[in-house]
Ligand binder design. Structure first.
Ligand code: NAD
Length: 250
């Protein structure tokens, strides 16, 4: 069991599938109770949380919508009283040449990938401050530091995520709240294989850049999340950890 996770309450956004689902399973195995926030049905993930012997709650929530995030916070309060761990994982990654991105598409990526993190932080930080303990982990991407094309809105949004992570680390440290980000390489998930597929050629090309030249999977990320949300990480804040098989060196 992860140090400091027992009976913590974790809210994970985008937890119906992909990396968010793997995160939910791991934090449940570490001993936390898990709130799954997603626009999609998260019952498969809920079953994994319960199979790990922990309590779970699935809430339909579009994290880019302020009212829905407030509703999520209310549901968390009613069911569990508070949130100790916030994992801002929900995100979209449309691949579009820059000239084809219209303003509405730009705004949608910013809203889901970055505005959402402002909204959830506003919703859950006050409770963390009251309890003088909190862990926030935001999903970034190694595309922020690599020369990929066709992701101007996505990479800009992830740059914002890294900036918000650094800023909140300063603003929240006095109340025992740490804020960090995780930046993966291209990872095999529902998003990259089904809803917004990347070709096998692309997976091979990307993984060849990594020191560890195999395709990343969600389980490659869960140990880092477990550490960053534990008591052991109390002195680690404002960091972006590239968990990407050693492509980006910081
Ligand atoms: P995914 O598409 O497999 O799953 C994302 C989940 O988020 C889905 O369940 C989806 O329903 C949910 N979601 C989408 N929009 C939402 C919204 N508005 N409100 C609530 N939920 C919403 O994605 P993934 O590959 O697991 O990626 C998860 C995170 O990791 C994202 O932030 C992504 O940018 C980041 N990331 C992924 C990769 C990769 O290659 N998969 C690489 C780097 C970073």
């Amino acid at each position: 069991m992860g140090k400091g996770h027992k009976d913590r309450i974790a809210v994970i956004t985008g937890a119906a599938a992909g990396i968010g689902q793997a995160y939910a399973k791991r934090l449940a195995e570490d001993g936390a109770h898990i709130v799954l926030a997603d626009i999609d049905d998260a019952s498969d993930t809920l079953a994994l949380v319960r199979a790990a012997g922990r309590d779970g709650l699935a809430v339909r929530c579009d994290v880019s919508n302020e009212d829905e995030v407030m509703h999520l916070a209310e549901q968390v309060k009613v069911r569990f009283g508070h949130c100790d761990i916030l994992v801002n994982n929900a995100g979209i990654f449309p691949n579009q040449p820059f000239d084809s991105i219209d303003f509405a598409q730009w705004r949608r990526v910013m809203a889901i990938n970055l505005d959402s993190m402002f909204l959830t932080a506003h919703a859950f930080v006050p409770g963390m401050r009251e309890r003088h303990w909190g862990r926030i982990v935001n999903m970034a991407s190694n595309t922020f530091s690599t020369p990929v094309t066709g992701y101007a809105h996505y990479i800009a949004s992830k740059g914002g995520v890294i900036g918000l992570t650094r800023a909140l680390a300063s603003d929240l440290a006095a109340d025992g709240i740490t804020v960090n980000a995780i930046a993966p390489s291209l990872t095999r998930t529902v998003g990259t294989t089904i809803t917004n597929p990347r070709s096998e050629e692309r997976f091979a090309r990307v993984s060849a850049h990594q020191a560890i030249p195999r395709i990343q999977v969600p389980d490659d990320l869960v140990g880092t999340l477990s550490f960053l949300t534990s008591d052991d990480a109390a002195f680690t804040t404002g960091q972006t950890l590239y968990v990407d098989g050693g492509w980006v060196r910081t």
